[in-house]
Design a protein around this ligand. Structure first.
Ligand code: ITT
Length: 209
């Protein structure tokens, strides 16, 4: 089965490929479809944006498409930046600019007021298929950036139960516990069902769903 990852974000492609590597699917990214340009994310929710990206890519490729839209929701900021996480400090903002703005906005909040969560919504769209999978990870926002791995807000986010920021973790650890990993666990159940229905697993290795 062929699946196109409907994202222009190379970090996401790497994470998704690694987490889905145990499925018998052939993964493509938008690098394989240069005719598909930027997809405007003008929805008011992560769900709307994820569905728009997957729908657009399915329409243009005819292949099963999987899109991820992710937001960092900070409690003290009323859930911001949320759906605006990519352009928190303006259109074409860099990760560094967004992190600086977040640090600035959070500068007066004490440790117990720095709660946040990453929310990842995955849309899977194909012929007669329209599915959603969601993954969330609660945590807190640091007072300064820590760590060099990952991308986006990773240097400022410490997931509950850990002392390291996402950016201080190696990719294996982040990919085991992250919001994206959680959403992809749900997405995997959907994909396994689709693979089984299309006869993609040998009869002796039917996955336990
Ligand atoms: P696509 O829409 O092409 O998939 P994007 O970078 O625009 O890529 P999103 O809209 O889903 O992705 O993400 C919004 C922002 O949230 C993104 O720019 C990052 O700053 C941040 N983000 C997403 N996933 C993240 C992660 O796993 N760790 C840290 N920050 C993340």
């Amino acid at each position: 089965m062929k699946v196109v990852l409907a994202t222009h974000n190379r970090h996401k492609v790497e994470e998704i490929k690694s987490i889905l590597s145990d499925l018998p699917i052939e993964l493509f990214s938008l690098d394989n479809f240069s005719e598909i340009g930027e997809i405007i994310e003008d929805g008011s929710t992560l769900e709307e944006n994820a569905r728009k990206k997957a729908q657009t890519v399915f329409q243009m490729t005819g292949l099963l498409s999987l899109a991820d839209d992710t937001g960092l929701e900070v409690e003290a900021l009323g859930g911001r930046p949320g759906v605006y996480s990519a352009r928190y400090s303006g259109e074409n903002a860099t990760y560094q600019q967004n992190n600086e703005k977040l640090l600035q906005e959070m500068r007066h909040f004490p440790p117990d007021k720095r709660l946040a969560k990453f929310r990842c919504v995955i849309s899977i769209i194909g012929d007669g298929i329209d599915e959603i999978a969601v993954g969330e990870v609660p945590g807190r926002i640091l007072n300064e950036v820590r760590g060099k791995n990952g991308f986006g807000y990773d240097p400022l986010f410490v997931p509950d139960g850990y002392e390291m920021s996402y950016a201080e973790m190696n990719s294996d650890l982040k990919n085991r516990l992250s919001h994206r990993a959680r959403a992809l666990e749900e997405a995997k159940k959907i994909l396994k069902k689709l693979i089984r229905n299309s006869g993609g697993f040998p009869p002796t290795s039917l996955p336990v769903l």
